[in-house]
Ligand binder design. Structure first.
Ligand code: NAD
Ligand code: TDX
Length: 338
């Protein structure tokens, strides 16, 4: 199969490309604009000839059309992905996540692709109180500019399926962690700051709950949906990894072997969703997917990965990153996560 992967130089996209490059025969093309979050180092080590890379913006209709020509399928990861940045600059999220998705849907339809996978998020469902889980029938109720732009993209993808018969599949996953994650997100931020003995910013009281999943489990779910999912269907992807933020941070400090005194409670995120939790029984029942990682083994492996790859994160902590962390964390800004 000829497969176009957008955003394949980002965290999840690059893990997906690595997986398919080693375990499938698919012909892979990556389209990526290489924003601050895209990094060709994420694709290093993939054998030459297994991958074609196209440096282009998802909003560039001519480039996206050219990339879609001759493809059998598309998996769409490219997005602005960080909630805090969406609070600082919502416009960039509307452009890439909403407009970019429409450009891609139009090009995919024009090229006659057989399958189109929209990689979405549990955040489109909004926030839960302390009980209940999101099913695929839960109403869309996004609360941040990021999640609103992702919900907009999902609706455009569903409209393309309904109106034009494009074979759209949508996956909605919880919070990913694992190798190659940009250290603006909670887990890599905490690991790097803990390793460097820097204060760890915890928003509010640290009781907000996220449903964590190892990135490899997410990528295997997307692959399964790509190959066996029913067009038009939505699949939640979760591995029962619900934890309050404070518990995650404490576990990382234990794994790194450093002091809890680094935890620093800071001003809460505006509009901070309290809790996400996913019911992924449809994916397990209909497509036979199940997670391979537990949160315990996954977190330990992730801490090990960051320990063993200082050359990767050393380069990532560049000028743009330091500027962002100064803006986001103010006085707490330091070397590695601010
Ligand atoms: P990421 O920020 O690490 O990577 C995004 C990639 O998209 C980067 O390589 C970037 O260069 C590229 N990109 C951004 N704007 C672009 C544009 N205009 N044109 C072309 N490429 C562009 O994000 P991620 O964490 O890997 O997330 C990938 C996808 O998965 C996103 O759609 C996100 O909404 C979704 N998702 C993420 C999570 C998570 O926990 N990280 C969970 C569920 C869903
Ligand atoms: O410094 C921090 N301190 C803190 O307490 C950061 C960066 C985060 N947090 C909290 C906010 C959240 O409750 O930790 C939790 C996780 O935060 P993020 O890592 O920023 O993830 P989240 O906002 O939950 O969104 C993520 O999951 C769903 C991804 O960034 C999205 O792309 C995905 O769709």
């Amino acid at each position: 199969m000829k497969l176009l992967v957008t955003g394949g130089a980002g965290f999840i996209g690059s893990n997906f490309v690595r997986l398919l490059a080693s375990e499938s025969e698919h012909e892979l093309t990556v389209l990526d604009a290489l924003t601050y979050a895209g990094n060709l180092a994420n694709l290093e080590g993939i054998p030459a000839g297994r991958l074609r890379f196209v440096h282009a913006d998802i909003c560039d209709a001519a480039a996206v059309r050219a990339c879609c020509a001759g493809q059998d399928a598309v998996v769409h990861f490219a997005a602005e992905s960080h909630v805090d940045r969406s609070i600082l600059d919502p416009g960039a999220f509307v452009r890439t996540n909403v407009l970019g998705t429409q450009v891609l849907l139009t090009a995919a339809r024009g090229a006659g692709v057989e399958r189109y996978v929209q990689v979405s998020t549990d955040e489109v469902y909004g926030s839960l109180s302390s009980s209940g889980r999101f099913s695929e029938e839960s109403p869309l109720c996004p609360s941040s500019p990021y999640s609103a732009s992702k919900a907009g993209a999902d609706l455009l993808a569903q409209a393309a399926a309904h109106t034009f018969g494009l074979a759209v599949l949508i996956t909605r996953c919880g919070n990913n962690y694992g190798p190659y994650q940009f250290p603006e997100k909670l887990i890599p931020l905490t690991i790097l700051r803990a390793m460097r003995g820097e204060p760890i910013p915890v928003y509010g009281d640290g009781r907000n709950v996220r449903d964590w999943i190892h990135v490899e489990d997410h990528c295997r779910a997307i692959w399964r949906v790509l190959e066996a999912g029913a067009p038009g269907r939505v699949y939640n992807v979760g591995s029962d990894g619900e934890r309050p933020n404070l518990e995650i941070v404490r576990e990382i400090l234990r794994l790194v072997g450093t002091s809890r005194d680094l935890i620093t409670f800071v001003r809460d995120r505006p509009g901070h969703d309290f809790r996400y939790a996913l019911d992924s029984s449809r994916l397990r029942r209909e497509l036979g997917w199940s997670p391979r990682w537990t949160l315990g083994s996954g977190l330990a492996a992730t801490v090990r990965w960051y320990r063993e790859h200082p050359e990767w994160w050393g380069k990532v902590l560049s000028g743009e990153y330091l500027e962002y962390t100064r803006r986001q964390y103010g006085a707490l800004a330091g070397g590695a996560g601010g």
